[in-house]
Design a protein around this ligand. Structure first.
Ligand code: TRP
Ligand code: SF4
Length: 400
């Protein structure tokens, strides 16, 4: 139905806040209408850094899933699941580890960075070093074609592509590949076979990327091809051998600039967050007590919105008209800060209202959430199982 399959994961780190909503979840909600989407709770990933706090995982998982649903992630459109309930991720991680050069892992920039940053933890573990490979396994298990990532995760995607390429190169070579590929071309029927060959030539002889994309699209449409032939034809386009694992593309998402209560980026570690489903009185209080332009000591002192964290929230929540009256009122001391904050309070509360309502449904009946996840786990296992069958076979493990 959709040409692209998107996979994205989030670590369960407790209740989500509005920074997650504006930075990630809104994007998921848009994507679920445009792509086949798989969204998962990366609980094993959480253990790579929080292995010493297993007691917080379970609650964080359910809180987070409820936050997803509350935001509008729709289980009828997207598959929602938990990583550790799909053991295929672990199996693929293990099998890929056999061919992963240590140097590739050591060179992933987050490895040294995080070790230096999180000094309170001992991160000289095997699990932490292998974290990018676990992420690769997550992605490759579903033959995901697009992965939304922030700038910082681009190296992980590049690493994943290299692993897929290495795997295909090592295991995609079968005796008589070219003959088998030619036989598969014939099965396309004469018209499509001619088109396939023409596009393949254009790509191989002139490096025409558009021809490559058209040829892939042509193959995507062929429902009747068996899996082996499909992989051969994909692999034959680019040379080499069968394409058992597909290389995902990064879909760069702009980092959220969602400001927190103090003007810095909203983040749990800065203690400046508003939770997604925070109760109304607490939201109002937090915003009412936000710091403002320090030059506005008295109501009669004019201020400068550029020096005020409340202004940063107006940028996210207010209409042009309100923003104009804030600039006008602030710089002329025409309005007080409490007055200025009210539209922000109103906007945040009205953004959260439907979320709180949706969440209530799930809080009242936790079995709903369990069922959504159980369904998702099952769907995910089925998809990952298809990939694993090919991977096991390629690695000589398909005996009974
Ligand atoms: N790396 C992401 C994080 O730490 C989560 C993640 C794990 C992920 N596996 C993924 C994201 C696969 C996208 C695709 O937050
Ligand atoms: Fe900030 Fe508004 Fe007060 Fe100006 S009036 S300092 S923008 S809260």
């Amino acid at each position: 139905m959709f040409a692209d399959r998107i996979l994205s994961g989030m670590r369960p780190t407790g209740s989500l806040h509005l920074g997650h909503y504006h930075g990630v979840l809104k994007n998921w909600i848009t994507m679920q209408h445009e792509y086949e989407c798989l969204f998962f709770v990366a609980d094993w990933h959480a253990l790579t850094t929080h292995y010493d706090a297993p007691e917080i995982i379970e609650q964080s998982v359910w809180d987070m899933v409820i936050d997803w649903l509350a935001s509008g992630v729709d289980p009828a459109r997207a598959t929602l699941f938990i990583q550790s309930k799909v053991p295929e991720h672990a199996e693929l991680h293990l099998l890929l580890s056999m061919i992963t050069p240590l140097g590739w892992l050591e060179r992933v920039p987050t490895y040294k960075d995080q070790q230096e940053k999180l000094t309170s933890k001992d991160l000289t573990t095997y699990g932490f070093l292998g974290y990018p490979l676990l992420m690769s396994a997550d992605i490759l298990a579903y033959r995901s074609t697009l992965v939304p990532v922030g700038e910082d995760q681009i190296p992980h995607l590049e690493f994943t592509r290299e692993i897929a390429r290495r795997f295909n190169h090592m295991y995609g070579r079968e005796p008589g590949f070219a003959d088998k590929a030619e036989a598969a071309v014939k099965k396309l029927g004469s018209k499509k076979a001619r088109l396939y060959k023409e596009l393949r030539n254009r790509f191989q002889e002139q490096g025409d990327d558009e021809a490559l994309e058209s040829a892939k699209a042509l193959l995507d449409e062929q429902q009747s091809l068996n899996l082996g032939d499909r992989e051969r034809l994909f692999g034959y386009l680019e040379g080499g051998g069968k394409m058992i694992l597909s290389e995902p593309q990064a879909m760069l998402t702009v980092a959220s600039k969602m400001p927190g209560l103090d003007g810095q980026k909203m983040s749990k570690s800065y203690n400046n967050t508003i939770a997604l489903r925070e109760d109304e009185a607490s939201v109002a209080k937090k915003i009412r007590t936000m710091p403002t332009d320090p030059a506005r000591i008295r109501r009669t002192d004019p201020g400068d919105p550029a020096k005020c964290p409340v202004w940063a929230l107006h940028q996210v929540y207010s209409s042009e008209q309100i923003k104009q009256s804030v600039v006008q009122g602030c710089t002329s001391a025409g309005i007080g800060c409490i007055e200025c904050k009210q539209p922000v309070i109103d906007a945040v509360l009205s953004e959260q209202r439907p979320m709180r309502e949706r969440a209530q449904l799930y809080l009242d009946d936790p079995a709903l959430v369990r069922n959504i996840i159980a369904d998702g786990n099952e769907k995910a296992r089925k998809l990952a199982g298809e990939t694993m069958r090919d991977v096991r076979e390629a690695m000589g493990l398909s005996y009974a």
